[in-house]
Design a binder for this molecule. Sequence first.
Ligand SMILES: [Zn+2]
Length: 373
Amino acid sequence: MRKKLWMICMALLGSLLFGVATGEAAEVQPTQHIGLHDRLLPITDIRIIDGDVKVPLNEFITYMDAKMDVSKGKLRIQKRGSEIVYQLKSQRTSKAGVEASGSPILDIDGNLFISVTYFAEATGFKIDAMPTVNTLRIYRDDYEHMGSIAYEKHIQALVVKPQVPKATVYLTFDDGPNRYTRANVSTLKKYQVQGTFFFLGKHMKKNEDIVRTVADAGHYIGTHSMTHDVKKVYESPETFIEEMNEGTQLIQQITGNEAKLLRVPYGSKPHVTPAMKRQLNVNGYKMWDWHVDSNDWRYTDQQVGEIVKNVRNGVQQSYKSGNRDIIILLHDQGPTTKALPAIIEWLQKEGYTLKTYEPEHHVIRNFLYDTTL
Ligand SMILES: [Zn+2]
């Protein structure tokens, strides 16, 4: 009877907790853990049969420190002066000569399972169903243990599922290296995250020390052309690839790192022609545009909030559209250095993982929709 009542309570609680909150059909959360006093038993094979929680007999008996022996066709379990008897042939269970209704001990494919509730009641344990933590806890008052609220918190901390990363976000910084690059790098360091930098050759020549600092901090560096001059860069496939090769060689010279990922000035569309694209392929380059444009260059130091807002809206939209790798366009410039802490804090609060570009996990993102880049 008490077992039935417990089942009804579970169902009611379940519908209250889960049905109302989600607006979906009520569903009882199954028991996933067995608690003993302040512990959580490492039993993983938990079966719910007709609403009753059953666990492998041998394993459970060991954890319960109960005695068990088999003789004359009977399996006897002894604990605290009580004895449960299971008739191997008839598969009936009884305690003190009183036969149990149902099957508290059950043969499932040759393995015996026992009802936790039946065992607890038969041997003087109290039972606490804790649907919020999917736990069935048994305990005795003469044995010191936590109160149920404390225990619930304890279990929550123990079984809390590791948060699945929502999506990976790549913060990318164009047009450096300059003094704002240093500010951005120290902000990234403060939050222990990494970005990706697309440097201009003309600036690298004057700021080799900054290039080294960025590389030493583990951020990926790619080229963003030598001149950023739209006429020069896109004049012909030859000028285009020359700008990219020169920038890449500079990075290699200064840092010793290979730099096969690049970002072309002003984005690839409509500037990069099929002939230029072939040059990128021939030279083994990958090319990134972006998913989210912060439009940071449009704003002054007094409008930093707009940059943060653009990133927030852009990332939310990108995520909603199904992207799990999101590339954000930023620049090494004043207002961006001021916006960066708020951007990172928001991304982290929302559960995004921030990473630098990893060649071995290349993400394809270009406005040409070219899968070879
Ligand atoms: Zn640029």
